[in-house]
Unconditional design. Structure first.
Length: 89
């Protein structure tokens, strides 16, 4: 499933949500492998990437990530992507 991130040069890990909204809320953490900010084209692609990841999990009957957090190589948050579709959560 994480091959979805390959096209945007981000590596992913499942990370438990710090503030649980439900028993199934979790964050997919993407690791931006470059120094500096996320490129504009990658940032623009991330909402669709999150949607595709959520669809993958739903298709397999598993709880989907509630959000996608992008961090830099030092672990500092660069972006937090929330679902934009009305039925997301």
């Amino acid at each position: 499933m994480l091959h979805i991130l390959d096209g945007i040069k981000v590596e992913g890990d499942a990370v438990p949500a710090r503030e649980r909204q439900s028993a199934e809320a979790w964050t997919l953490e993407g690791h931006w492998q470059q120094r500096g900010p996320v490129s504009a084209d990658t940032e623009a692609a991330l909402p669709d990437v999150l949607l595709r990841i959520r669809e993958h999990y739903a298709l397999h009957g598993r709880p989907a990530p509630a959000r996608l957090r992008i961090v830099d190589p030092d672990g500092s948050q660069l972006l937090l992507i929330e679902p934009t579709d009305p039925g997301a959560d």
